[in-house]
Design a binder for this molecule. Structure first.
Ligand code: A2R
Length: 317
């Protein structure tokens, strides 16, 4: 038994999770403190668990001020803001919520892909602005066919494989790039990211974030994607060199982009908001009632399992 007496809530959580957490445990919200760092210096030792999210994470210096913490339970699959290495070095368990969001993130990748290719958001703006009535039939122009196109998936983990399977329903040809080929999948591995970008019509990015994937999608990859190629990013904003992407879009060196994530969220560069061939979402890939509920449940189940067995259902290492 690892009874959790006092939990530190690192930041804002979805209401249902916050409610469940506070109903079950004695929880303190760090966000209520005017000076969180000073609070942790004085009171850090009383907490034996931290609950956070992929968006908020936990600064390593905060973890350093929490000497009694035994477990961190994070809402989300991204670990780029969670100090996993520091936790591991101290034997602190790190829980997260993989798998339960695969479908919704994959659906969002396709929502972006279909939207940017068939120009549905742009067409909606066209109708609302009265342009259809003013300019008449066929005035909107043409989009790009999705069915049967070539999709390159960058990152073929849990979500990447779900996206690749969606491609089958659209009769797409699918190939992927990862550092190591994935055994037992029906799609061809492309060891060169540039070669994958050259080959495909849609390059869908779904790697993990963090330093190892920073600016993986750079000028060279975008040039390889070419003026008929579209970039979709549902991974992390840091994976794409945003300045290079803007230049490529401005020069017409790629056809368009569908983005759920950005380098400095929630800031989106004005250069992007002014373009009609980009679709911009406010990081909502997993944001459905069903999936957010399941993610919150996994945060609670991880804590519960840790209390009962010392093990997590979904452990980050
Ligand atoms: O390279 P590998 O064999 O470790 O494959 C992983 C791939 N990946 C990379 N691919 C190419 N170049 C890299 N530098 C690189 N680093 C990682 O990303 C693996 O195929 C994939 C990550 O898969 P999972 O760990 O299963 O993550 P999941 O659940 O699919 O979520 C992906 C990301 C999250 O980390 C959040 O940032 C976002 O989706 O929501």
């Amino acid at each position: 038994m690892h009874t959790l007496n006092r939990i530190l809530q690192a930041g804002k959580l979805v209401p249902a999770l916050e409610q469940a957490l506070h109903a079950r445990y004695s929880v303190h919200r760090l966000a209520d403190e005017p000076d969180p760092a000073a609070f942790l210096v004085e009171h850090g030792a009383q907490f034996d668990a931290v609950v956070t999210s992929a968006a908020i994470g936990l600064p390593a210096q905060h973890l350093a001020a929490l000497p009694s913490v035994k477990v961190i339970s994070s809402f989300g699959v991204g670990l780029d803001k969670v100090p996993v290495e520091e936790a591991k070095a101290r034997g602190i368990a790190v829980g997260y919520t993989p798998d339960v969001l695969n479908d919704c993130v994959a659906d969002t990748a396709f929502a972006l892909l279909l939207d940017v290719a068939r120009r549905t958001a742009e067409a909606d703006r066209f109708v609302r602005a009265g342009q259809w009535a003013r300019l008449g039939s066929n005035s909107f122009g043409l989009g790009r066919k999705v069915s049967g196109a070539r999709m390159g998936v960058v990152g073929l983990g849990r979500i990447g494989q779900t996206i690749a399977r969606r491609g089958l329903g659209f009769d797409m040809e699918v190939r992927y790039h990862t550092r190591r080929p994935v055994a037992g999948v029906p799609w061809a591995h492309e060891p060169s990211l540039t070669a994958l970008a050259t080959w495909c019509d849609f390059l869908v990015v779904i790697t993990s974030g963090g330093p190892s994937t920073r600016h993986l999608i750079n000028e060279e990859v975008l040039n390889a994607l070419g003026p008929r190629g579209f970039l979709i990013n549902v991974a992390r904003g840091t994976v794409v060199d945003e300045a290079a992407l803007i230049r490529a879009l401005q020069d017409g060196r790629i056809a368009g982009a569908g983005l759920d994530v950005f380098e400095s969220e929630p800031q989106v560069p004005d250069a992007l908001t002014g373009m009609d061939n980009v679709v911009l979402l406010p990081h909502i890939a997993s944001a459905t009632h069903e999936t957010r509920q399941a993610m919150g449940q996994r945060v609670m189940d991880n804590l519960d399992a840790f209390e009962r067995t010392g093990q997590l259902i979904s452990a980050a290492y």
